[in-house]
Each structure stands twice: as C-alpha cells, then as structure tokens.
Design a binder for this molecule. Structure first.
Ligand code: SIN
Length: 524
C-alpha cells in the first residue's frame, strides 16, 4: 500500500508492481495533485565521476554539517542510475549539443541540475502516471484519503503494520489489509499562511505515522523558498531558483533605484552581498532570512528579482511556466523586476528512516528499533541527506533514490501472501455522540497564523511557547470535533496539520543552537 502519488509514491509503486507484488496507491485528490507536479527547477545529479565529490561536498556544506555523510555519499553515487531509470520510464530532460542541458542553482559549485524547461516535476509526474496507469498489479485509488494506520497488536512492544483505514469519496471508511505501508505523502507547507505547496500538503503521512508510534526527526528545519511571487491577493507562486542561476538578481526597492540611477552590473547593488559573498545564489536558508530581514527593515511586502538585464526571448523560452503566470499580472521576464517573498516550501525533517526507507519506532518504545512494514520516502521522510538545510534540487533526487531502495527492500522482505487477519473496524473503540460544530475554516486560519507568526523563519523561545499553548487549545477543540463527527477530509487534514505543527514547535524549542534553517534570536 502506497500513500501518495508524487515521484516517490509512483516510482516505488510501479517497481513493486513490476516485481509482481499486488500494489495499491491511495491518493487524496487526483494522481497529479502532488508537490512533484509543481517542482520547477529540476533534479540535481552528478552525471560524471568528476562531479561526484563536489556534489557530496555541496550537500554537506548546505546542510551545515548535520547531514549523514554515508547517506549523502550513497544518494549522490546512485543518482546517475536513477536518472537512467526515469528516462527509461519516459521522462524527457532537456539536452543540448554537449548532452544534458545542466542548470545552476544556489549552493551548487557547478551546473548539475537536469531539467525540463521550468516544469521538471510536471514532466516526471506525466511519465510516471502513464507508467502507473498501464502497470499490471497496480490499483490506483484517487480521491481516497488515508486516515490512520492499523497496527498488528496495539499493545505489543515491537509494532507491526496490519493495514490502513481510508476515507472513500462517498464518506465511508474502508479497512484495507497491507503487508507494508509506504508513506509518500509529501510535506506540510499548508501549516503556514504562505506556501509554494499544492493544497494536498497537510502533513498527513507524518502525523499518521507518528500517531502509530514511528520516530520523527529534524522537524525544526522547515525550508522557506526565498522567491515566491508576492502579489496582493494572490497565493504565492514559485519563481524557481534557476532563474537566479540564469542571472536574475535579488534587490530591495532601494537597490533597484540606485541601479537605475547609476547603471552597471546589477549584482553589485544587491542587498545579498551584505549577507553572503555568493550573493543571490547563496544557500536558501541565508537568502530567505536576508530577504525577510530586508522586508522587515523597509516595511515592504516583498523584495525584487531584477530581470531587465537578461535577454527577454531567451528567458521566455527557458521559463515558459513562469512567463505564462507573469503574463496574467502584466509582468514580463527580461523586462520587469518581480516582487518576491519567502514562503514555506519544504520539510527537511519527517519520519525517520534507514537507508531503505524503513521507519523506526519512536523513542519511548525503543531506541532505534525498526518498524516492520512501515516505510516512508520523499518529503515525508527524513533520511539524513539534507542535514539542517536542503540543497536546491536534491529533493527529487532523494525521492527517486530512496523509492528505488525501498522497492527493493519491500520486494525482498514482504511476503506476497496477505494474512487477512481480522482487522478492527474503524472506530471499533466507539464514536462519541455526534456534536454540532462550527466551520473548521477559522481553526485552520488560526493554526496558520500561529505557525507563521511564532514558528516561522525567525523564532524566539517565548513565541514558541505561546505557539505551544495556542496549538494545544486548537488540538482540544479539533479533537472534540474528531470524536464527535463522521470523518471528512477537512477534519482529517486539520487534525493532521495540528499534529505536525505541534511536532515542529516542540522540535524548534528543543534545538538550543542556530544552525541552517533553524534560527532563534534568543541564541544569536
Ligand atoms: C526551485 O525550482 O527553486 C525549487 C527547487 C527545489 O526546491 O529544490
């Protein structure tokens, strides 16, 4: 059973099915509603042996030394084979006369980003969906939402997975047996007010696994992308880092004015030079915090991405997705400066897994004990690759490397004979009397405000403690609704978002140093 249908979910599912395992993918909207589908920049991969060590070093440097070196090495070394797999699955990366057309992004010391114009994720998703739809042994359940995992024996010290409860589109709960459950549900950008993530990113898999006793880690490292299009009344729209790789420069309105008056190279006017010698291509943690700081200083709602010094036709040809979005707002690449601001983009932390994506049981139960049958891959997992800050375009790579390893592990270890034990029915432990409840929309907004204001890019202990108190009140309120109503997607998501928000806040309070994406002014 695979939950989620981005690169991680579809890649693992097609491999398991190909090996003859009876495989089911459950996804809460359409197959293509995934963060993968919205990924613009590309997939980082050292395609020549001479680049391997540099990619390893860049990843470790971006992660501020908290990455697990053996995992970094493994992922970087397996990259080229997984790229070949994606190509065999029908993915078409852009190429030129020298081979792959490799792009540059922040924190990389060389051009190593494979891409399909500025819609790489959509191309990967397209190809994997075609493969999944024609795969034997693979059943695809769209508009079905996972609710909770079913354990083999709730009271046993060593846990095991027996199945999962899912909500069907007509509101019924189905109980499904599974030898293995692979969580590939992506991140939780929607716990924040501003996010580059699609609406499905509500932390469902992380919450579900943690409730079932799986270990989570590194959740304090929430990555904010520095350049989301910031237009009044519009939801943030990702402006890929590759645009900076092609020469776009971050500026304040004051920098833009000075550049206009004095001319010369735009990079010399960028506020980024006061923060890092790499300027607009410093790693994301640095760029996002610098932009936030400048916005707080100026009181403006954005900084600006200058593009007027770049060749208009080349930019439009290379970034058609962005250009088509900009056109709706009367903006043009190669002409206008784009208003951009940081937005929640990626959860570095997640369900703690080993090198095959197998999860672990959470500390009160054990110390580093494997969790048989429960896997996590993609953004929902924490593998140790990213450390304290993910290097740009390493996420699709991590997803495909771990999906492959996870598939091999499942194929080898999971029995084909489903032992159809008597699984408990949903709410066998009883539903309280149904209660009337007010719309949950206001609770969701309150949650997002708390996380944005108190657990955002820059933190303080007192604010984190205030967030904990507010989240606890929300938890009580939503728990009461949860126990007294029939499940709906809205209530399941809110319950999960509160669960993950509490984990993120507790992790932020626990970290007593400033490193990578985690910045608490009390520890400056
Ligand atoms: C981007 O295109 O800037 C996003 C890529 C990533 O998050 O790695």
């Amino acid at each position: 059973m695979v939950v989620g249908s981005g690169i991680a979910g579809l890649f693992v599912a097609t491999r398991c099915a190909r090996a003859g395992l009876s495989t089911l993918v459950v996804t809460k909207k359409n197959l293509s509603d995934s963060s993968t589908n919205w990924a613009q920049g590309g997939i980082a991969a050292a395609m020549s042996n001479t680049d391997l060590q540099a990619h390893i070093n860049d990843t470790i440097e971006a992660g501020c030394g908290l990455s697990q070196p053996e995992i970094v090495e493994m992922v970087v070394r397996e990259a080229s084979e997984r790229i070949e797999d994606l190509i065999a699955s029908g993915v078409q990366f852009d190429s030129n006369e020298d081979g792959f057309d490799l792009a540059m992004e922040g924190g990389h010391s060389s051009r190593r980003i494979l891409h399909t114009k500025d819609a790489t994720g959509a191309e990967i998703e397209r190809a994997l969906i075609v493969e999944a739809r024609t795969s034997p042994n693979l059943e695809l359940l769209e508009s079905h939402m996972a609710i909770d995992l079913i354990l083999k024996d709730k009271s046993a010290e060593i846990k095991g997975i027996a199945g999962i409860w899912i909500l069907t589109p007509n509101g019924e709960v189905r109980t499904i047996s599974a030898q293995a459950v692979i969580i590939a549900t992506g991140g939780a950008g929607h716990i924040y007010r501003q996010t580059t993530n699609p609406s499905v990113a509500t932390g469902d898999g992380i919450a579900m696994a943690h409730r079932a006793g799986a270990e989570v880690r590194d959740l304090e490292f929430v990555q904010f992308h520095p350049t989301a299009l910031a237009l009044p009344g519009e939801r943030p729209f990702l402006i890929t880092e590759t645009l900076r790789g092609h020469g776009a420069i971050l500026m304040t309105s004051g920098d833009l004015q000075k550049w206009k008056e004095s001319g010369g190279r735009p990079s010399e006017y960028s506020f980024m030079l006061n923060h890092d010698s790499r300027g607009s291509l410093a790693t994301r943690d640095i760029v996002a915090r610098a932009a936030d700081q400048e916005m707080k200083k100026s009181g403006e709602n954005s900084v600006w991405l200058a593009t007027s010094h770049l060749e208009k036709n080349v930019m439009k040809e290379r970034f058609p997705t962005i250009q088509s979005r900009l056109e709706k707002h009367g903006l043009e690449l190669g002409v206008d400066a784009l208003p951009v601001a940081p937005a929640a983009h990626y959860m570095v932390g997640g369900i703690s897994v080993d090198e095959n994506g197998l999860s672990k049981q959470h500390k009160p139960y054990s110390n580093e004990l494997q969790y048989p049958g429960l896997y996590a891959i993609g953004e929902a997992a924490c593998t140790g690759l990213h450390g304290a800050n993910r290097l740009a375009s390493n996420s699709l790579l991590e997803a495909v490397v771990f999906s492959h390893r996870c598939a091999e592990h499942v194929i080898e270890n999971v029995s084909r004979n489903l032992d159809d034990a008597n699984l408990p029915e949903w709410r066998a432990d009883g539903l309280s009397d149904l209660i009337e409840h007010s719309p949950l929309r206001s609770d969701r907004i309150a949650l997002q405000s708390t996380m944005t204001d108190d657990v955002g890019l820059v933190k303080r202990d007192a604010r984190l403690q205030r967030a904990q108190r507010r989240l606890e009140l929300l938890r009580e309120e939503v728990d009461r609704i949860w126990r007294g109503s029939l499940p709906t997607q809205e209530v399941i998501e809110l319950r999960n978002m509160i669960h993950v928000s509490r984990l993120v806040t507790a992790a932020a309070l626990n970290r007593k140093e400033n490193v990578g994406l985690h910045h608490n002014l009390d520890y400056d």
